[in-house]
Write a new protein. Structure first.
Length: 259
């Protein structure tokens, strides 16, 4: 009888140890489509990174990483093409993915050495803000800001011509809209046309009617951004995207406020 109880105890202990080993064994991390794309492009994938659109874990407050930038968050103010504070901008701060902010630190350091500071107009933009833009675009009778932002454009073409879209790369967190400020004068350098000007004149390669200084200024901004891992777009001289953005397929939804 003692032998039977002894072997029964050994059997119970073996089952318990097997269960413990299974629970402690390493488990594979599920890969998102963004992870697969990163591997295919030779980009490192950060394990455990959330693809939850409401999760700001991979983001930082830009001025915590780049304290030298100047902020003029237009969509927190009323000085923008909508004419009112845009939904989702709860504080006048700039949020970016950590990777984009670190790359922008390199831009800032180089330009400070050359006598300029970065002025930031927009970085991360939540989807609710993009939705606000769309409602504005659909209301063709609202032309409050026409004289400042689209004087030569009929508002009913803003979707067809790409000025307003249902999604924005800004919502992925690695895009920045910016210009340069001359540290001697304290003023924005002359780019010919301002932020959010709806027209071909905003294209980086537009030269008609621009002075040599304005063209040179646009190219100076473009060149320094390229050197530090950003790429331009063809429609806006102020808009740059981190080449190796960490969330290329995620459009985040959390509001702009301190993390």
């Amino acid at each position: 009888m003692k032998s039977i109880r002894y072997f029964a105890s050994l059997l119970t202990l073996s089952v318990l140890m097997a269960g413990l080993a299974a629970s402690c064994a390493p488990r594979p991390i599920a890969s998102s489509s963004a992870d697969v794309k990163s591997v295919a492009e030779g980009r490192p994938v950060a394990e455990g990174r959330s693809q939850n659109a409401a999760d700001p874990t991979g983001f930082v407050v830009l001025t915590d990483v780049v304290p030298d930038v100047l902020l003029e968050i237009r969509y927190y103010s009323t000085f923008n093409f909508v004419g009112t504070r845009v939904d989702g901008y709860e504080e006048p701060i700039a949020l970016m993915t950590r990777e984009a902010a670190q790359a922008l630190k390199g831009v800032s350091d180089e330009m400070i050495a050359r006598g300029y500071r970065l002025k930031i107009w927009d970085t991360y933009r939540p989807q609710v803000a993009v939705d606000h833009f769309c409602r504005w675009g659909e209301n063709v009778t609202d032309t409050l800001t026409k004289q400042w932002f689209y004087p030569y454009l009929d508002k009913d073409v803003v979707f067809d011509q790409g000025y307003i879209a249902r999604r924005s790369g800004h919502s992925r967190g690695s895009v920045v809209d910016l210009t340069l400020v001359d540290m001697k004068s304290g003023r924005d350098i002359d780019m010919g046309y301002g932020f959010d000007w709806f027209g071909e004149e905003s294209h980086p390669d537009w030269t008609k009617g621009l002075t040599e200084e304005q063209i040179s200024n646009r190219m100076m901004l473009r060149d320094v951004m390229l050197r530090h891992g950003f790429k331009p777009i063809t429609e806006e001289w102020w808009h740059f995207v981190l080449v190796n953005e960490p969330y290329p397929d995620t459009y985040f939804t959390f509001p702009v406020r301190r993390l």
